[in-house]
Design a protein around this ligand. Structure first.
Ligand code: ADP
Length: 308
């Protein structure tokens, strides 16, 4: 009976959400939280009502990236009220529930499961529900993943949901991809549809004028000739300074993320270059594709959002 009640509570809570998108990665530091946040920001600025749920219970970084750090959650009659980054984007994270921002959360599995269920059942995303719930998870496949997938599948099997599923983020490095294969196998085993693989930090693209050496420290025989070099370029061929340069950072070996996606028969959603403005948008808590629409990662990110 308790199990039945749990299921019907979850069903009720989730019935008002059109799409649920889990964001997964094999390793940490590949840009998963950045991409979760910026996908949520982009969808919300397109007018969708969006929830961003941070399930990284031991290392929550979503509130900072969405620009909502100092606020706390209100408990109302209808449940926990998320913290709003903008009128269309509600954020929920454990860090809103901690007394001190830097408190360490040292919890075992069952307690994490309990909180995840509470997040799903008790968060009041507002009248009208959500068009999208973006769920940021910790790296790997741990307690958090098993429990969110179990709760979701119990309440509304993801295979039946059509639009619900997982995005898997990886860098082009083989060490990251090796872990992503495990993630893809996890999805298969737990019947979570893979919406696609996103390749992040794929090369560095920037304007020549933004390269640091042109701003100081260009060394020629022990002499700083940055200024002269800049002057010469400006005078003789100013168009060069606005040229984009592109360089690979990670050695690409083997088939790469797109080849891996086709081996697993899942969509490849595209690649985002390293882009300092993506980092800046997260630091400022704003929508990257809106504020930095001309920046190299903006078009590929918009293309990914188009496909959700
Ligand atoms: P994860 O959630 O996978 O641990 P984060 O989203 O926290 O990774 O990203 C790790 C760091 O890399 C952050 O400082 C983030 O700003 C930066 N970052 C992620 N993707 C990019 C990118 N495409 N260009 C530049 N910096 C990025």
């Amino acid at each position: 009976a308790a199990k039945e009640k749990e299921r019907s509570d979850l069903q009720n809570a989730l019935s008002n959400i059109s799409h649920i998108v889990l964001v997964l990665s094999g390793k940490g530091g590949v840009g998963k939280s950045t991409i979760s946040t910026q996908i949520a920001q982009a969808l919300s600025s397109r007018g969708y009502s969006v929830g961003l749920l941070d399930l990284d219970i031991c290392g929550p970084s979503i509130p900072r990236m969405a620009g909502v750090t100092s606020r706390t959650v209100h408990q109302s009659q209808s449940g926990w009220e998320p913290v709003y980054a903008n009128p269309n984007l509600g954020v929920m994270s454990i860090s809103f529930l901690l007394e001190e921002a830097d408190a360490a959360v040292v919890w075992r599995g069952p307690r994490k499961n309990g909180l995840i269920k509470q997040f799903l059942v008790e968060t009041d995303w507002g009248v009208g529900g959500l068009d999208y719930l973006i769920v940021d998870t910790p790296p790997g496949t741990s307690d958090e993943h098993i429990s969110i997938v179990q709760y979701l599948n119990d309440a509304r099997p993801m295979m039946d949901g059509g639009a619900s599923g997982a995005i898997v983020v990886t860098t082009p490095e083989e060490v990251s991809m090796a872990d992503v294969r495990k993630e893809l196998n996890f999805c298969k085993k737990t019947k979570v549809p893979v919406l696609g693989v996103v390749e992040n930090m794929s090369g560095l693209q920037m304007k020549l004028s933004d390269v640091q050496f042109l701003k100081g420290g260009l060394d020629w025989n022990g002499e700083d000739c940055t200024q002269q070099a800049l002057e010469i370029l400006k005078e003789k061929c100013p168009e060069v300074l606005s040229m984009m340069i592109c360089t690979d950072i990670f050695p690409s070996s083997g088939v790469g993320p797109s080849g891996m996606a086709s081996q697993y028969n899942v969509p490849y959603l595209g690649k985002l270059p390293l882009d300092p403005n993506l980092l800046k948008a997260c630091e400022e808590g704003v929508s990257f594709v809106e504020k930095f629409s001309g920046s190299p990662a903006a078009k590929p990110l918009n293309d990914i959002v188009d496909r959700l």
